[in-house]
Design a protein around this ligand. Structure first.
Ligand code: GLY
Ligand code: MN
Ligand code: MN
Length: 432
């Protein structure tokens, strides 16, 4: 891992929080993610299961965490199962976690090799009738590949047909939505790396540069700062490409007179940051580009102030829609007539602002969290309004990451340049 060691109190506290909302009696099992294949013997880089990481800090494949607060055997209240390393693995892959190392990372005292799992688990199962199992219940997840958790569930149902299953996903969602101080520090760290990437490209962008060259500059800065890389596929979209919401080809030339929309964020210690900036390729906005930019920025500033305790995300989105509506009328893109005759399900503003304004952010970019529940202190959201005018080859989105506190919203990206004048001034500086 490129990131620095994390104080294991984060994971010890997370397990205590999980135990505090478990029913009395059951145990809970969490599986790591698989290392996904590509073709032939190719593999994708490993990315840990976020729930397992949240509860243990273990960032290694073939790991299982068991939490069993009700067991009579003190040493089995928390167990970590690890893949046993070997000389062969050491030669090809290098060091894997030792039992002692894993204990240090996670704060879990009892560590067994994975090969011991079935025997130990059988003993545990005699002490309980119910088991919490994990699944991906993200509303927008399309899970077409069977995860280790899903395979484990199948095995469990076959092996222990008389035991009852509870879902752990609603519990982890509830916990993970409210970030602790350490988690906020990790997200802040990720945001700061993103800031460095942004400052690097401010001087680099000019007419003729390729979108992928910008992507490469950003990645260079990320890796030099202990990030594992992009937290999601970056969008480096110049001109019309900015109007394609999920554009990730990043293979076009940046043309003089265009605006380039860049949506990227560093991942640090599995925590995501998520930022968007839109810059004039030649360093100077046209009058029209500036007007659209200021409209988006104004909505963003007002929307950020609405991210406070007690607000319901759904109502927040309606309010942001009203803010955007006004800006679009002022820009001459929609009329009051359009608004009067609009379908409530598809308001007129959606022609130019088609996506949501905010999502939870954390271990996942589109992090888990309950959209029906009032916003709480400790929630972290993005704030990302945009205006996309296909007929003008112009798309502008601005996005920062916002921490909700008892004292109001804190912009974790508040020091990353965003004002149009500042952007132009920074872009006009000749590199030393
Ligand atoms: N970059 C993903 C998003 O903004 O939601
Ligand atoms: Mn984004
Ligand atoms: Mn986002």
């Amino acid at each position: 891992m490129k990131y620095l060691p994390i104080n294991n109190h984060l994971f010890i506290d997370n397990r205590a929080r999980f135990v505090s909302i478990m029913k009395e009696g059951p145990l809970a099992v969490f599986n790591s993610n698989d290392i996904m294949p590509t073709n032939a013997d190719g593999l994708m880089p490993f990315r840990q299961n976020n729930d397992l990481f949240y509860l243990s800090g273990i960032d290694q494949e073939e790991s299982i965490v068991v939490i069993f607060p009700a067991t009579k055997d003190e040493k089995h209240k928390e167990i970590l199962f690890l893949k046993e390393t070997s000389d062969e693995i050491a030669i090809w892959e290098g060091a894997k976690l030792t039992k002692e190392g894993a204990s240090k990372v996670s704060g879990i005292q009892t560590v067994y090799w994975l090969s011991e799992f079935e025997d130990v688990f059988k003993e545990l199962m005699e002490e309980t009738n119910t088991v919490y199992l994990n699944s991906n219940e993200h509303l927008r997840a399309k899970v077409v590949v069977e995860t280790r958790d899903a395979r484990f569930t199948k095995w469990f149902e076959k092996t222990y047909p008389m035991h009852k299953i509870e879902k752990s996903a609603p519990l982890s969602e509830q916990l993970r939505a409210v970030k602790s101080e350490t988690e906020v520090e990790l997200i802040r760290f990720a945001c700061n790396i993103t800031a460095r990437g942004f400052r690097r490209i401010l001087e680099f962008i000019k007419p003729g540069v390729m979108e992928y060259e910008i992507e490469a500059e950003i990645l260079h800065e990320f890796l030099c700062n202990r990030s594992s890389g992009h937290a999601y596929s970056p969008i480096i979209a110049s001109g019309f490409n900015a109007c394609v919401l999920h554009y990730i080809d990043n293979n076009q030339k940046c043309e003089d007179g265009d605006v380039i929309l860049m949506d990227f964020g560093a991942e640090y210690a599995n925590y995501a940051s998520d930022m968007t900036r839109s810059l004039p390729v030649n360093g100077k906005f046209t009058k029209r580009q500036r007007a659209v930019y200021e409209a988006v920025l104004s909505v963003m500033k007002s929307a950020t102030q609405l991210l406070v305790q007690g607000t319901i995300l759904k109502e927040y989105h309606v309010e942001v829609g009203l803010l955007m509506e006004k800006e679009l009328v002022d820009l001459g893109l929609i009329t009051m007539e359009d608004i009067k005759s609009q379908d409530e399900e598809m308001p007129a503003y959606k022609k130019y602002f088609m996506h949501g304004t905010s999502h939870f952010l954390g271990l996942d970019v589109h992090d888990v969290g309950d959209w029906e529940k009032p916003i709480e202190a400790g929630n972290v959201f993005t704030c990302e309004p945009g205006i996309y005018i296909r007929e003008e080859n112009l798309g502008i989105r601005l996005e920062n990451d916002i921490l909700v506190t008892e004292k109001g919203p804190i912009d974790l990206m508040g020091d990353i340049p965003i004002e149009s004048d500042e952007i132009e001034a920074l872009m006009s500086q000749v590199p030393a």
